[in-house]
Ligand binder design. Sequence first.
Ligand code: ADP
Ligand code: ZN
Length: 758
Amino acid sequence: MTGPSHADVFCQVALPKPVFQTFAYRVPPELRGRAVPGTRVRVPFGRRREIGVIDSVLGIPPDRTVRDIAEVLDDEPLLSADLLHLCRWTSDYYAAPPGLVYRAALPPGLLGEARPTGTAELERQVIELVGEAPTLLERDAAFGRAHRQRQAFETLEAIGGSAPVAHLEGHYGYGRSVIGGLVDRGLARIRLEAVTRDPFAGSGDDVELPRHLNARQESVLGALVRLAREPDPGVALLHGVTGSGKTVVYLRLISSVMERGRSAIVLVPEIALTPQTVQRFRAAFGGQVTVLHSALSSGERHDAWRSLRAGERRVVIGTRSAIFAPVPDPGVIILDEEHDGSYKQSDTPRYHARALAAVRGRAEGALVVLGSATPSLESWQNATEGRYRLFELPERATPHPLPHVDLVDLREVRARALAAGEAPESIVSPRLRDAVTTRLERGEQSILLLNRRGYSTFLQCPACGQVWSCPSCNVSLTYHRARARLICHHCAHEEPVPVCCGACGEAELQFTGIGTEQVERRVTELFPSARVLRMDVDTTGSKGAHGRLLEQVRRGDVDILLGTQMIAKGLDFPGVTLVGVINADTGLNLPDFRAAERTFQLLAQVAGRAGRGGEPGEVLVQTARPHHPALRAAVEHDYLTFAYAEIKDREEPGYPPHRRLVNLIVSGPSEERVAEVALATAEKAREIVERNGLSDIDLVGPAPCPIDRIRARWRWHLLLKSVRAADLGSLIRHLARHHGQPAGGLRLEIDRDPEALL
Ligand code: ADP
Ligand code: ZN
């Protein structure tokens, strides 16, 4: 190859690597027509070949000799111009490696090291004969002693010239080497053929949707429909209490958008936890609906993606990554439960689907609707300051108003028991016990929430004080009784339960802190005839487990459903009339700026499960902190009071929504090196701030993270705060571009708009 000349064409390719730059390649003349942005290409990289995405075509040649693209893999771009724009924005805003953003935007397995067999699950391999078949006379010479290859060749001829590889293997018994031999001889080739499956087929058939909207729903719907027709509709915040009928409004809004030939994207926090939402969409739109979520196999996800891109289906429901769904011309993008933390990806690229929705909506003229009973304070501030339109559904659509909520003071429960000379009951207070008993007598259902799994959260030696903690993480181990193990909830390390203290020999070890397993045990003791179902990560590990368990509740085969936050989300069971929160303080005590907000949201959400049917609901919240403002507000169903108080509390420390945050996290195996690199990063950040006049940015730290060790990596962080989003962006892009990743197994993670600072 000669050096670059002006007759050549070059492009920048994004490879899925943790680097901020893209890589230049020459486009050989024969590939020119197909090498366009958004198309996957195979390129040489070092001594390997890798698959990346063409990010842009260069107008001028690079200033050095570059290698050639080896192959263009797609006949038309996988990513439309709009999606390319969204990916570039994401990479820029979060200072995230562009190749990792493209990988997040595409179905799994399409980028990375070139390994054709890795795609077997996505698509099926089909073998087909190519070229001129050797005549019968030529065959002896052509195949020689490769009799099996000749047989396989003739089998293929006999069955029409092509067949799935799995069919040749399974039905006719030809091995991979025989099939590969045909390909090597140039007689056949293997192509990939997409397989279509429909994992949610059928669900939604028996769902009844309300026929008529109430007056408030009608007026909100009317306004949203009008907004959606504007050329630049912007963002609407739909603040509607639990059970106010937001879902029905979404469905009607989508219908009106579809009537105008446009598509819809609906994001939900976790599909497995909200099967009823999917069923309602199925009931309304049938085969138009495609579901995208993380529990799908990569093949299923690939099918869904393809059908959307082809315009075969026009409604997509999915978790956060569905914001990249390749629907042509979305007219509306809905985020249900917009406050949910799962909309933020917790590893690179650490994007927030809400932010991307706003960007995509603006670029494609789609109305963005954020729905919640407890909006994030960021969205609330945007609405009250006029950047979002605010719509309210303050009342339930069902016969009964929001349930009555009462706090049960656990300190009083304890004092009273001690005064009476009894053992205090810290799991089910007498008041909660009576309430459950009443439900059991009436044949109604109860939900009990405790947001901690396991049996005991803490094991300690009362004699010498030793606490059993994870060898790799700085957290205590949780005792899981059913498995008789101590388990780390951060890294899944497990070990046997000690019979005595290894340090001092004490045999009576102390188990403290209640988890769901212990609640289950106590509840079955207290209510021996009740049918109890526990739902948490430990009981829902297998695929489809959520759906099966929830179906039992819906059929009425369960009297008491107990579990972690996964039972608080979006469920609509008319038989549930009591919600008990075993301990509301678990989340309040976390050292994080969103602790109060998360607790308020969780309480409002779980309280919202009660009294949705023909009978009114009741909620009992057990706490040792009954005066905490988040709990007081939850009792009154008073989002506004909570929001104003919490927004005020965040002003002084300069947390969102007042200021924007970036958390820079340095981690690595050596504490000393981590501290050094964190200090050096802070130094660089200060320099960038000074040199570029970004004086509004405050740097806090560096300091060890609240959880200073996870998976044997020490963690330090540095917090950046500013009212000027653009300045934060410049700073982190500068860091990502010019300082890259630290050497020696250390990592610098840039978390813009963090959901938590743990
Ligand atoms: P949200 O999403 O706001 O919590 P849902 O959309 O789940 O509320 O509605 C709560 C319940 O009220 C559902 O059972 C729904 O069928 C019912 N519902 C909603 N709108 C109406 C209406 N206009 N008339 C009667 N029932 C309704
Ligand atoms: Zn651990």
